[in-house]
Design a protein around this ligand. Sequence first.
Ligand SMILES: [Zn+2]
Length: 353
Amino acid sequence: MSSNLKRVSLQRKMNNKVQCFVCPRKCVIPPNSYGLCRSKKNLDGTLYEVNYGLVSSVALDPIEKKPFYHFYPGSWSYSIGTVGCNLKCEHCQNWQISQAEPERFLYLSKLSPAEAVAQAKQIGARSIAFTYNEPTVVSFEWVLETAKLAKREGISPLSVTNGYISEEALEELLPHLEGANVDVKAFSDDFYRGICKVPSMEPVKRTAEVLKKRGKLVEITYLIIPTLNDDEEEIRKFSRWVLNELGPDVPVHFSRYHPMYKMRIKATPPETVRRARKLAIEEGLKYVYTGNLVGDDGENTFCPNCGRVVVRRYGFEVLKCNLTEGNRCKYCGEKIDIIGRCEIERRWPSIVL
Ligand SMILES: [Zn+2]
């Protein structure tokens, strides 16, 4: 059997059909057919992940690019993308890989979990990020194995995810994951139905809430698209959900949209992104950022107590850390909710993979 096939652990046999339990769609898949994510296939009544160990992109990225702003600022994250996705967002920025069929996609390299972790270790990455398309869901078996191995080697497994994962799959992954950036695409079921082609956003909210309750690092990204999800009341409702269900310390990244894939709406005016940040701060969130606005004041971490800049950034670079031991504000002593040491002057490793 081909090495890019792995039996899916979360499945149920239904005569010759198979039901997949990795994502909330819970596709019932006839013989020789795929689930909607096109990464799981029913072969003779058994469900297989068909892109096991097939990666489309591997890069050493600044952790800030994921984005994670509150986890070892200034560190490197070994970032891996595969192929396929369980959402069909009209504005997907990685649609070439997320909407491709794994078995017909030509630009894939083989990478075993052990090889991925060895590379990440060799190159000095602090973390390993499952990112770009939606590896956490569509390459679940591979991500699970890689996360286990990474953790054993002292490399932090992080997921950059749409959060559209089943309770069972999340539960299985949780012990091996250190954190996630959950993409909240809007704060309405209408948006998820109309733009992402799934019935509801509830699983996304649940994923973020479960992660936080179980003590994982959680950051949230919200891409602001004019007229679709930039309404003041929606931003306020979203912010109140973060505040009440996740906590005021959870970082939120309001990111600027650019036209992509099938969406033709013009790019978000920077002012709209800044306004969203202001609204979320008004609602009580402590760490709110603007994204895709290089040089904006909203890239910095401000001390929630004295208002001074404690981490100064430019793009993905960390320019200055005004934190004392234990990540306290050097001006007023306030505890800043950042995990790990902040490094400035990140250097490229001298190793070539
Ligand atoms: Zn302070």
